[in-house]
Design a protein around this ligand. Structure first.
Ligand code: GLC
Length: 695
């Protein structure tokens, strides 16, 4: 008898009594039919800021510092899922109450450096390392990559983004997503879409012609989604042509799903309650961070017959389909101890692969081994490894340039080390709760007295000057003292170059910046210029290995450095002078009728970045898209188009090993690829897929 009962139970297990069904990969429809209306509404609304603020409140959550969670429904075996930032490394609290352990995460280079590698394989390895840290710390979905088109050099979040070109941006994003998701952790490609400024970001209306929207601002997301199938998409704060993206059915359902075939989940960016039923109807499945009032609003709206329950069911199903993929649902036990040492090596290698050599006159670089180096600039002793905001990372350490140089066997001048060390200690910003969570700028540049330069020049073989720039979420950059050098920076470069050149000694400028700055007016003064971007926690070591010649620079620009800011047509439609409320404050609209604040006309159309120089007469850029020098030389054969790929052979014709980037433009970017490290005389034939030929 017992046996018969067991068999019957097994056969009809799925017909278990109501309320006993537990979620599996196979029974989502059964669970959906079991759910009450309140449970459905609960599942599409996040659990609030509890985990993000746990470092301050001490709340007992699974991953303190994670940006958000979904809500569990234990009756149905539905766990809460953890969502955490960010693109340059997992952002969670590095310490927890009631634990002596630490939870540091590797600080990888910023997005703009990753795209400067032009190396999908390298970026995929970075993604895998970040994905592993997410997995081992209990994060189910990483809120990355940030991939908006760099429409204008002064967007505060360009550091997180990849390029002015949709193909490069989309392919790099896809590589990152494939890397992270290879670890069984989800991603969220963001911020969908046309979120290209921080000023008034919660309300700003991006007014974009549909052809331009599709050809530029959606194109990179389309490429990334078709090449990598991200688990989720994050709908941005802003409006497009008058409609908030988070409730734009054309964007989230007609284009994203019906045209592109996206089969994952759409979540909001971290928005307060808006029109929740409209968001659900448009195909936005998950409200983050979430608040109870959204649950009640949905229940009311369905009961009043305003929101069809079927529309809610569609979103609930997509939340369930996400949950059954997650590590927590599949019973994974995080080790809480990822291999940070091996990940640091990946971060260093990626930084070395993306650093761009902009100038190298009379072979100033690489430096002679064992040189005595006069190191100027606050940034030489206080590297900025990454930007601020949700893209911040609690790193175990940061290698500054002075440390990296010493590690490479160079001798530094104690006079300068002491001088800058004391200045930084005195002038670095005090740590606050906010800067603890979101990072901060460092000490401002020091006024360097020429007498100091003159007093040390005789002791050194050469000089290095670091110029630093910080930027971050919630505010855009400005022209004066940001895009343009400050007077004290111009004086420092001029003085050091005059004094050291008078002694026949060379000068290198290192740019530790999150975005494009003005270079044309001063780039002829030094002998060499190295663009280090914000190279992550291993940055000082990576830059030093480039300067020493241990590594041959192979980065190429993913974005144009214009000769002048106003050469770019978008400069007429960007809030570079706006000094109103930071949009980090969220909340109300800064003014619908204020140009470039309430709304921004994308009047430049397709003329973004290098496309402007292709499509219009304009002064040549200071450094063009795709530009970068090497310590060796290469010969690149004639590319041969064969169906939907291009074959091309590259030979190292120089004296040192190096990597070459092949970039095929016609006139827009058609495809690209990077060789492995080629020894002198060695060749490699690349087969470059014509992913998505630019129209
Ligand atoms: C922020 C950012 C987004 C981030 C989210 C969670 O406002 O716009 O990139 O993932 O909120 O921190």
């Amino acid at each position: 008898m017992r046996k018969t009962v067991c068999i019957i139970a097994l056969l009809f297990g799925s017909l278990a009594a109501p309320g006993q069904v537990k979620l599996t990969r196979e029974n989502i429809d059964d669970v959906l039919s079991e759910m009450t209306l309140k449970e459905k509404a609960t599942l599409v609304v996040g659990a609030g800021y509890k985990s993000m603020l746990a470092g301050i409140t001490g709340a007992d959550v699974r991953v303190p510092g994670a940006a958000g969670m979904t809500r569990a429904i234990s009756r149905l075996g539905i766990p809460a899922v953890v969502l955490s930032d960010g693109p340059a490394g997992v952002r969670i609290e590095p310490a927890r109450k009631r634990s002596k352990a630490t939870f540091y995460c590797t600080g990888f280079p910023i997005g703009s450096l990753l795209s400067s590698t032009w190396n999908p394989e390298m970026v995929e390895r970075v993604g895998a390392a970040i994905g592993n840290e997410a997995l081992e710390y209990g994060v189910d979905v990483l809120l990355a990559p940030g991939m908006n088109i760099q429409r204008n050099p002064l967007c505060g979040r360009n550091f997180e983004y990849y390029s002015e070109d949709p193909l490069l941006s989309g392919v790099i994003a896809a590589s990152y997503v494939n890397g992270v998701q290879s670890e069984g952790v989800g991603t969220s490609v963001k911020h969908f879409a046309a979120n290209n400024q921080e000023t008034n970001r919660f309300w700003n209306d991006s007014r974009v012609d549909e052809e331009v929207l599709r050809g530029l601002y959606l194109r990179n997301f389309e490429i990334a989604i078709k090449l990598s199938r991200p688990w989720t998409v994050m709908a941005s704060y802003n409006r497009i042509n008058g409609i908030h993206t988070q409730q734009d059915k054309w964007l989230l359902t007609d284009v994203l799903r019906d045209e592109w075939g996206f089969d994952g989940l759409v979540m909001t960016d971290w928005t307060g309650k808006r029109d929740t039923p409209a968001q659900i109807s448009a195909g936005c499945d998950l409200m983050e961070p979430g608040e109870k009032s959204q649950i009640n609003e949905l229940v009311r709206s369905v009961k009043r017959g305003e929101l069809p329950e079927e529309a809610l069911d569609i979103c609930v199903r997509r939340v369930l389909e996400l949950i059954v993929k997650t590590p927590v649902f599949n019973g994974y036990t995080p080790s809480q101890a990822p291999d940070l040492k091996s990940h640091a090596a990946v971060a260093q290698e990626a930084a070395e692969d993306g650093i761009v050599l902009l100038e190298n006159r009379s072979r100033a670089l690489p430096l002679e081994r064992g040189s005595v180096v006069a190191l100027f600039g606050v940034g030489s002793y206080q590297l900025l490894p990454g930007g601020t905001g949700s893209g911040h990372v609690h790193r175990p350490y940061v290698v500054n340039l002075d440390e990296g140089m010493a590690g490479e066997g160079f001798t530094l001048l104690p006079t300068l080390t002491d001088l800058y060390g004391r200045y930084i200690d005195k002038n670095k910003p005090k740590k606050t709760m906010l800067s603890g969570m979101l990072g901060s700028a460092g000490a401002p540049e020091m006024e360097l007295d020429r007498s100091i330069v003159e007093s040390v020049a005789g002791e050194a073989d050469c000089a290095i000057i670091t110029i630093s720039r910080q930027a971050g979420e919630g505010g855009d950059r400005h022209l004066e003292g940001d895009f343009l050098l400050e007077e004290k920076e111009k004086r420092m470069i001029a003085d050091v170059c005059e004094v050291f050149h008078s002694l026949g000694k060379k000068v290198t400028v290192v740019l530790n910046v999150g975005g494009v700055i003005e270079t044309a007016s001063w780039k002829d003064l030094p002998d060499a210029i190295v663009l280090a971007w914000q190279p992550g926690q291993e940055g000082g070591r990576a830059v030093a290995r480039i300067l020493s010649g241990k590594v041959c620079p192979s980065g190429r620009l993913p974005v144009t450095f214009p000769a002048g800011y106003f050469d770019l047509p978008s400069s007429a439609h960007f809030p570079y002078e706006y000094s109103g409320r930071s949009s980090m404050a969220g909340g109300g609209n800064a003014g619908d009728d204020v140009p470039n604040v309430g709304y921004t006309e994308y009047a430049e159309g397709m003329e973004v970045g290098y496309r402007h120089y292709v499509l219009s007469e304009s002064p040549a850029p200071s450094y063009p898209f795709g530009y970068g020098l090497s310590y060796t030389t290469f010969e690149t054969g004639t590319p041969v188009i064969d169906g939907n790929s291009v074959t091309v052979t590259v030979t190292n014709t120089g004296a040192v090993a190096g990597k070459e980037v092949v970039i095929i433009m016609d006139p827009f970017l058609q495809t690209f690829g990077k060789t492995r490290l080629l020894l002198p005389g060695e060749s490699q034939t690349l087969v470059l897929p014509l992913f998505f030929p630019a129209p």
